[in-house]
Design a protein around this ligand. Structure first.
Ligand SMILES: Nc1ncnc2c1ncn2[C@@H]1O[C@H](COP(=O)(O)OP(=O)(O)OP(=O)(O)O)[C@@H](O)[C@H]1O
Length: 555
């Protein structure tokens, strides 16, 4: 068999872009994208994507050029996921909540040629363009008008709008197929939770792999009604823009995400699936009675992006949602671990089910290998659910590396063949993995490693706690002690004191893990992707000065 192997018939480059052609054939008359009163079918979406690709090509955009989008979850954002790379270009989705300075840094770093922008984000983009260094070529700006939003004034007649751009395009365009499956397709900047944003590059092959893998892992059936609560700019909505084309789903777009809008849309559109960071689950679970609406049927939620506390999982399932929990990074283009559910666990009490589900789980079928290794020896940690090590990954959707940053690429993708995630976890005896922290968030108190995630998870069990984040506060004797920042549920303010939270914690966790400081805040600071900004809280804790032996601070 030595002479058999790759041949022209079996080695065509893997790419997710062909999914839309197939969707137009199979689901042509079915709804593809719904936004307010606007409803597109799959054949219309297919033709609009081809028009976009063709129009970009006619403007001189070619292979490997970067095209950026600064858009909320509107139809153009969905179309860009196919249309931009179908022109051969690399799609760069920019986080819509960034400030002008950061947007400017990203446009400069990426060398973006063209940008699609939402009317609400024109001022930020305008400022970002002004901040580009003299002589740096500015990207061409295309305004995506939004007929659903009456607040936006119409674009000046001379402006190039998205619909005008599509009119220029040819719906029969022969799209630019990748020459190799390793051709770059996506440039995403990390959200900057722990460091300055880095430009993560993914190729067609990686996106193909993660898309198929995510559909299988989450058991997505044909023609789901998928609500876009997860921003598509967040790691390309964990690959579901391409995935929905595979299964002919209806993409229900939402410009804004709040509990009332989500409950209302679920009921009105018969939503079956949605994704969101744990903060979205918390929002749905803590929504007041008047806002919450009965679910029209089974609604599946996939959560990832930050650790979901067991209490939040429990509350969300009690409302009737079917929650799955996954883990991934911008560097993996989507989810690579999922807490694969075992039927036998259904017999367990709700609190135990939630505790098991809070674990990040096992590798998805498309991921080759996942391990937790000791930082010193590089060896796998024992499967004891206690010994912490760094989570490492290898598989087809791991990034090709960081754009124009060889040092960062070498630090993350090492000669031993692993991608180092910077996340700290433990391996349970049943082979399920659980994240304990990001390496930077571990609290070291008197030589003991304290997982801030574990303490937070317990605090979420307090009936008055809405959100909790635990960081290290310097301590004269112990080195560091846990400091909890807490926001309370509506109506709970005033009734709960720091001393009470500390006493409550003492009954539920070992002494060294009990927060020595509890600070109440109306809201905790979050990144644009809904993660609590621990470094901001860590700085606040530092500014409070060191705690002294035996002294607990109550604020
Ligand atoms: N299910 C999960 N449980 C716990 N943490 C998670 C989960 N899913 C993702 N994460 C966290 O999110 C990180 C990936 O987030 P993302 O790629 O959006 O950027 P970021 O890490 O927030 O930004 P930066 O790398 O700039 O700090 C993971 O490394 C992990 O720390």
């Amino acid at each position: 068999m030595e002479k058999l192997g790759a041949n022209p018939a079996n080695s065509c480059p893997l790419t997710p872009l062909g999914f839309i052609e197939r969707a137009a054939t199979v689901y042509g008359d079915c709804p593809s994208v719904v936004y307010g009163d606007t409803v597109f079918t799959w054949s219309q979406t297919h033709r609009r994507c081809l028009r976009l690709a063709s129009a970009l090509a006619s403007l001189g955009v070619s292979r490997r050029d970067v095209v950026s989008v600064l858009l909320p979850n509107v139809p153009a954002m969905y179309e860009a996921h196919f249309g931009v790379p179908m022109s051969g270009a690399v799609l760069n989705s920019i986080n819509t909540r960034l400030d002008a300075r950061t947007v400017s840094v990203l446009l400069r770093h990426s060398g973006s040629r063209l940008i699609l922008v939402d009317p609400a984000l024109v001022p930020v983009l305008g400022e970002a363009l002004r901040l580009l260094p003299p002589g740096h070529p500015a990207p061409r700006v295309v305004l995506v008008e939004d007929p659903q939003e009456k607040d936006f004034s119409p674009a000046p007649a001379a402006a190039l709008t998205y619909e005008k751009l599509l009119e220029m395009g040819d719906p029969e365009f022969r799209w630019v197929r990748p020459a190799s499956e390793w051709d770059p397709m996506i440039l995403n900047y990390t959200s900057g939770t722990t460091s300055a944003p880095k430009g993560v590059v993914h190729c067609h092959r990686g996106i193909f792999v993660v898309t198929m893998d995510s559909l299988v892992s989450w058991s997505v059936p044909e023609q789901p009604t998928y609500l876009w609560t997860l921003p598509m700019f967040h790691a390309n909505g964990w690959s579901f823009p391409w995935g929905m084309a595979v299964v002919g789903g209806t993409n229900v777009c939402l410009r804004r995400v709040d509990a009332a809008e989500v409950y209302d849309t679920i009921a009105r559109r018969g939503v079956t699936h949605l994704c969101g960071a744990p903060v979205v689950l918390n929002m749905l679970a803590n929504a007041p009675e008047g806002v919450r609406r009965p679910l029209p049927g089974k609604v599946h939620i996939l959560t990832a992006g930050a650790p979901p506390p067991a209490a939040v999982l429990g509350r969300t399932e009690a409302i009737g949602f079917d929650v799955s929990h996954g883990y991934g990074l911008t560097e993996t283009a989507g989810l690579v671990l999922l807490c694969a559910w075992k039927g036998e666990w259904n017999k367990l009490p709700a609190s135990e089910r939630a505790r098991l589900k809070a674990r990040q789980g096992v590798r998805t079928p498309g991921m080759a290998e996942v391990d937790i290794v000791d930082g010193e020896t590089g060896r796998s940690v024992p499967r004891d659910g206690a010994t912490m090590g760094e989570i490492v990954l290898r598989g087809g959707c791991v990034t090709m590396g960081y754009f124009k940053d060889e040092d960062a690429t070498r630090a993350a993708i090492r000669d031993d063949g692993w991608f180092y995630t910077g996340d700290v976890g433990v391996m349970h005896p049943d082979g399920y993995l659980e994240i304990r922290d990001r390496s930077k968030d571990v609290i070291i108190s008197g030589g003991e490693n304290i997982s801030s995630v574990e303490v937070e998870s317990l605090l979420y069990g307090h009936p008055a706690v809405n959100e909790a984040a635990v960081v290290a506060r310097p301590d004269e004797f112990w080195g560091e002690t846990p400091c909890a920042f807490v926001s309370l549920k509506e109506g709970a303010g005033g009734a709960v004191t720091a001393a009470e939270v500390i006493a409550w914690s003492r009954e539920r966790m070992p002494g060294y893990m009990v927060p020595k400081t509890v600070v109440f805040r109306a809201e905790l600071p979050k990144t644009s992707t809904g993660k609590i900004q621990k470094y901001v809280l860590r700085n606040l804790a530092k500014e409070m000065g060191p705690t002294r032996r035996g002294v607990s601070s109550k604020m």
